[in-house]
Write a protein that binds this ligand. Structure first.
Ligand code: FAD
Ligand code: DLZ
Ligand code: SF4
Length: 509
């Protein structure tokens, strides 16, 4: 194994960022262990430019350190700046400059970072940026798609990707099952559903334990909990996780995709987003495992899953790179409230929110419907600044990288982009949450009521949102039924709703 102190002259120095942990990425294509070297840097700036969940930091550091060790076992020279190193300068810019001054490489290369901010910093330092070929749609393909579609929507993009790649297409070029989507089969609440399998635990080894200890020491005041850290932190562990998902949870994934159950943070979801975003597994590998013919999975589940990976994941990435940096400032609904404090603690008597926040604090994870239709929905109905919701999300989730968190949070969940990711805001009252979960039965509020002490805050704020944004959305064809219901409210009812909405807002901040 080659140690950190080995400072032979370097031809190509490959910078591997914390979310690029795979040696099949482009910079490694012509790697020559006798001339080239790798640099990895744990830096305080990335874990503190916004406060970050301890579990998230430990996950990145543990995965980075395992990648370092795997590369060294292959005989590759890795220069690794650990968070506790006294010489560490603790930002990408200054620590990379220190390493370049020390190693004097002929060139420094990196895979395209997942964050516009980091890409700017590295470009400024003269680092050569290579495309990230792990995605199923390259940046140039997405640009070509945008040239053809002035108002790109997920459905059009997804069908284009199905045709382009052949996933779930038959020999004649039609979608398998003669349907592009099975959404109508994928909205069941979990009532007497099949047993929910437990996720496998990965016991931390010495390397992971050292990362956890360093995080406890250096980031003791950061949010979140490190208790029971059991995440897969290597490529092979992530594959084991993938295999478990395909065998145990994928068969019920589709049907219960939108369901929520008290005390259950995962249900039948894959929990693969973090491993995917850190590049420990590639999307094509995930799809190959899911579509493996030896696994008996109904088409509604398979299609639902493929849509997430081949459709949504690629679509939001394309939108991010095509619209940054202006995208981050968008605030189409002029939302101007700060993030409520209870999002950091879970201290709320709203059962659905306290559940979703407690999942976030314990696991740095919540599944899609909790993110969209509970955590995101409440912020949207209140009128929280979209970028603040994104910052909170970047702080608290294992899988949050700017390219994927920003379009999902600012765009999909807060409608801050005015309709680029989704053509209408995802707004609903407490009745939706009641239909899709078992939370309301155990909550002090009543989802059917919009006024009175026991009225569900979601329901009050839902009507208030529709009324406040009537001008903008009343003519949106997809929102017509919602506005027809609003029209049935009397002026007195609307006044009472507005009054309670104002009280709710002033009580929170
Ligand atoms: P599953 O439900 O099992 O889905 C399978 C995979 O599909 C995921 O692992 C993910 O890679 C992909 N996927 C599904 N939906 C999306 C989507 N909308 N955008 C991109 N990929 C998708 N996903 C992230 O990876 N990082 C984020 O920072 C992130 N922020 C989000 C913020 C909000 C407000 C919302 C509403 C969604 C966000 N998502 C994000 C998308 C989605 O919620 C997560 O990918 C998913 O919950 C991760 O859990 P899972 O792996 O169990 O997903
Ligand atoms: C999220 C994160 C954290 C917490 N720490 C590091 C780090 O110390 N070193 C590193 O290389 N990357 C880290 N990351 C990921 C970055 O913040 C950022 O998301 C990626 O560099 C984007 O490609
Ligand atoms: Fe959430 Fe309202 Fe249901 Fe309570 S009643 S759990 S606040 S939706």
């Amino acid at each position: 194994m080659i140690s950190d102190t080995d400072a032979r002259p370097v031809r190509t120095l490959i910078l591997v960022l914390g979310d690029q942990l795979n040696d099949r990425l482009a910079p490694f294509n012509a790697f020559d262990a006798s001339a080239d070297a790798i640099v990895q840097m744990e830096v305080k700036e990335e874990a503190s430019y916004i406060p970050q969940h301890k579990r998230r930091i430990a996950y990145f550091f543990a995965a980075m350190r395992h990648f370092r060790d795997e590369q060294r076992i292959k005989g590759r020279n890795v220069h690794y700046s650990q968070i506790t190193d006294p010489e560490n300068r603790h930002s990408f810019e200054s620590e990379l400059t220190r390493q370049i001054d020390r190693l004097r490489p002929q060139r420094v290369v990196v895979t395209e970072p997942g964050d516009w901010r980091v890409k700017q910093t590295l470009s400024k330092l003269g680092v050569e940026i290579l495309p990230d070929a792990s995605f199923l749609c390259s940046s140039s393909d997405f640009e070509a798609f945008l040239d053809k579609h002035q108002r790109p929507i997920l459905e059009t993009f997804y069908r284009h990707m199905r045709r382009q790649t052949g996933y779930l297409m038959d020999r004649k070029g039609d979608p398998v099952g003669r349907q592009w989507n099975f959404d109508q089969d994928n909205r069941a609440p979990y009532r007497n559903g099949p047993p929910i399998p437990r996720r496998r635990s990965f016991t931390p080894d010495d390397v992971t334990r050292s990362a956890i200890a360093d995080v406890e020491k250096v980031f003791s005041t950061s949010p979140g909990s490190l208790a029971n850290f059991d995440l897969p932190v290597t490529r092979s562990q992530s594959f084991r996780d993938l295999k478990d998902f395909v065998g145990e949870r994928l068969p019920s994934f589709g049907k219960y995709q939108d369901a929520m159950v008290g005390g259950e943070y995962l249900l039948f979801h894959s929990h693969l987003s973090a491993a995917l975003n850190l590049h420990m597994v590639f999307p094509a590998e995930v799809l190959a495992a899911a579509l493996d013919n030896s696994v008996d999975v109904a088409l509604n589940s398979l299609e639902g899953f493929v849509r997430q990976i081949l459709g949504w994941r690629e679509f939001v990435r394309g939108i991010y790179w095509s619209r940054m940096p202006a995208y981050a400032d968008e605030n189409a609904l002029d939302a101007d409230l700060p993030m409520p404090q209870f999002y950091w603690t879970g201290a709320t008597d709203m059962r659905c929110l306290s559940e979703a926040i407690s999942h976030t604090i314990h696991y740095a994870y919540a599944h899609h419907i909790e993110r969209l239709m509970v955590l995101g929905l409440y912020a949207l109905l209140l009128g929280v600044r979209p970028y603040d919701v994104h910052r909170w999300h970047m702080s608290m989730f294992l899988d949050a990288i700017d390219w994927v968190s920003l379009p999902n949070t600012l765009g999909m969940s807060q409608h801050g982009d005015g309709g680029i990711i989704g053509t209408k805001p995802y707004v609903a009252s407490g009745n939706y949450i009641n239909r899709m979960s078992d939370h309301c039965k155990q909550c002090r509020y009543d989802p059917t009521k919009s006024v009175g002490d026991d009225a569900c805050p979601f329901t009050t704020l839902y009507w208030d949102f529709l009324a406040r944004h009537q001008k903008r959305f009343a003519d949106n064809p997809r929102m017509k039924p919602q506005y027809r219901n609003l029209d049935r409210k009397t002026p007195n009812e609307l006044r009472a709703i507005r009054h309670r909405a104002d009280n709710l807002k002033s009580g929170i901040f």
